[in-house]
Write a protein that binds this ligand. Structure first.
Ligand code: CP3
Length: 355
């Protein structure tokens, strides 16, 4: 039995005593203890491949701040790596694939990996983190969305517009759909393996859904998010396993995203949470959405902005406090402490039960 299950309850829109909080990239470079552990691994990928070190860094923000959930420490690109694309992280430049998917034969040969065989190190990390958490807080597993993974797989590296991937979607939709179909199966199998290994909730990161037009988003991203949601295990160890879908830049399509089969929608900072809530009604919970840059402001301002986010959602259940995207590496750790304390101490008034 979980001692603190606020995140799971809020994701299912069940009542809680206060708004729970965790942050995307809560384990990462802004923390000195992360940088210390990171220095003990040869590379970022070696860190991801060491279940011991993953456990250490996943627990660091829980110990320091008392977040209401831990997130698996890994990366969305380990899955395409397991499909044979050859992942490297170039220092200061980000991810690179040695074999980007550009040729028709390579796309025809693509197949979903067996998670136990090819991603055993991630599943081992899930089991070790779960054990180390000792049922204090839930563990969130994750994967990239089929579209966001395809962006990196086709492009071969990160950038801000993914023109090569979009070009394939326009010129050879048959090939893009083939990649997305394989990715959807791979992502669902991988998340189901994480759930079997102990993940209490799972999150799909569609970081690059927002580079698409509305019609393309529906055809190349949303349709495959729906496929993944439909294939996921929804109950484990006697409890519902909530599914969160985060589409960066998805504020304009909230109504459609709310129908994809997820229990909760992650929203970036561009939309007011009250308006988002009015659009999704009681279909899904919402997770978000403080601008990560707000954490660089003086502490008083951080607290003000946190309250503004709580007020924008308003009263009642169904809100998990988070940022609108990941914590920036230059964030002062003390500012994160102010954020957590503010949410923990000031959110109770939004959850008074009607007597
Ligand atoms: O704390 C957590 O949130 C869990 C760990 C986590 C990481 N990556 C660790 C990481 C999660 C959930 C991710 C997801 C991820 N990875 C996404 C989707 C979410 C998002 O941020 O949009 C994406 C697009 C990636 C791909 C990726 N990984 C890029 C583009 C980069 C390089 C840019 C960067 O921030 O350095 C990474 C590296 C990465 N993933 C780091 C961490 C802690 C930094 C690596 C380092 O320590 O040098």
């Amino acid at each position: 039995m979980l001692k603190n299950d606020r995140v799971l309850r809020a994701l299912l829109r069940e009542p809680v005593d206060r708004t729970p909080i965790w942050l995307m990239r809560q384990a990462g470079r802004y923390l000195p203890e992360y940088r210390q552990t990171r220095a003990r691994a040869e590379s970022f990928l070696d860190l991801c491949r060491s279940p011991d070190l993953c456990t250490e860094v996943a627990l660091q923000p829980i110990v320091r701040y008392g977040f209401d959930a831990a997130i698996l420490f890994s990366d969305i690109l380990t899955l395409p790596d397991a499909m044979g694309l050859g992942l490297r992280f170039v220092e200061g430049e980000g991810p690179r694939f040695e074999q980007p998917l550009r040729e028709e034969w390579a796309i025809r040969n693509l197949s979903p990996p067996d998670p136990e065989l090819e991603l055993g190190y991630v599943l081992e990390a899930v089991r070790m983190i779960k054990r180390a958490l000792a049922d204090e807080v839930p563990l969130i597993g994750f994967a990239g969305s089929p579209w966001t993974l395809a962006c990196y797989m086709v492009e071969g590296a990160g950038n801000s517009d993914f023109t090569v991937a979009k070009q394939m979607a326009f010129s050879r939709p048959d090939l893009m759909h083939r990649i997305l179909q394989v990715n959807a199966t791979a992502v669902a199998d991988y998340l189901n393996a994480q759930i079997a290994a102990g993940a209490d909730a799972v999150m799909l990161f569609d970081t690059w859904g927002g580079v698409l037009s509305e019609a393309s988003f529906i055809e190349f991203s949303l349709k495959y998010l729906e496929l993944v949601c439909a294939r996921l295990t929804r109950t484990a160890r006697g409890r519902r396993v909530p599914v969160i879908v985060f589409v960066k830049g998805g504020g304009v399509w909230l109504k459609q995203i709310a129908e994809c089969g997820a229990d909760a929608i992650g929203v970036d900072w561009t939309i007011d949470l009250g308006r988002a809530r009015a659009q999704v009604g009681d279909r899904v919970a919402l997770q978000g959405n403080l601008d990560p840059v707000a954490l660089l402001a003086p502490p008083e301002r951080v607290a003000q902005e946190a309250v503004r986010v709580l007020e924008s959602y308003g009263e009642g259940p169904g809100h998990v406090f988070n940022l609108g995207h990941g914590v920036l590496p230059e964030t002062p750790p003390e500012h994160v402490a102010v954020l957590v304390e503010t949410v923990q101490h000031q959110s109770g008034r939004f959850h008074r039960s009607p007597e």
